[in-house]
Design a protein around this ligand. Sequence first.
Ligand code: 1DX
Length: 181
Amino acid sequence: MYGLVNKAIKDLVVSNYGEATWQEIAENAGFEESEFVGLQSYPDKLTYDLVHHASKVLKSDAPVILEAFGEYWITYTAEEGYGELMDLSGSTFPEFLANLDMLHARMSNIMPHLAPPLFTTRNETSNSIELEYRSHRVGLTPMLFGLIKGLGKRFKLNCRVKQILEKGDDSDCHVFLIEWE
Ligand code: 1DX
């Protein structure tokens, strides 16, 4: 994944636990450089290792960290220069969700190593929507809960997210039911 992802993980850890805690996590994960380069592509394994070692050091389950990280990603990227990209992706919450592939296609044009998941929306009502999520990465559905909640907050909505389908033998996608007031 692009270094921006690892930078966001670092930023989340440093702002909540301080630089020393981050140093311990980075060292345990075998990351020896002092910084990540946001626009450089890194092996996915590094990101998984960072989450794994953050989980050990912070004594918190990996899914909890992934969910917090997903929520953080929305505000972090908005502040790191991708706010306009997000503004262009929809003026309402359901519209943004429906445009996720377009957002990723825009990024892929300039970031050829982007390996984004695929999203489809379905069964939209006035206060709910279902989101299909297909990824070639495993284990990241907890992050999706945080991403969706963080995105809802960006639209000043408090939403509930529940997973209604797990990827399995019969399906290649995870499905989330998203509801708001
Ligand atoms: F619900 O892979 C709301 O590297 C959502 O299964 C979900 O392959 C918002 F640095 C800049 C850059 C770069 C900006 F320039 C990405 F390169 C992308 C900013 C998306 C905002 C996907 C990140 C692939 C890296 C992936 C979970 C789970 C998608 C992370 C969240 C808005 C983004 O994102 C999986 C990669 C951006 C950028 C957004 C993503 C890669 C998402 C969302 N993804 C790179």
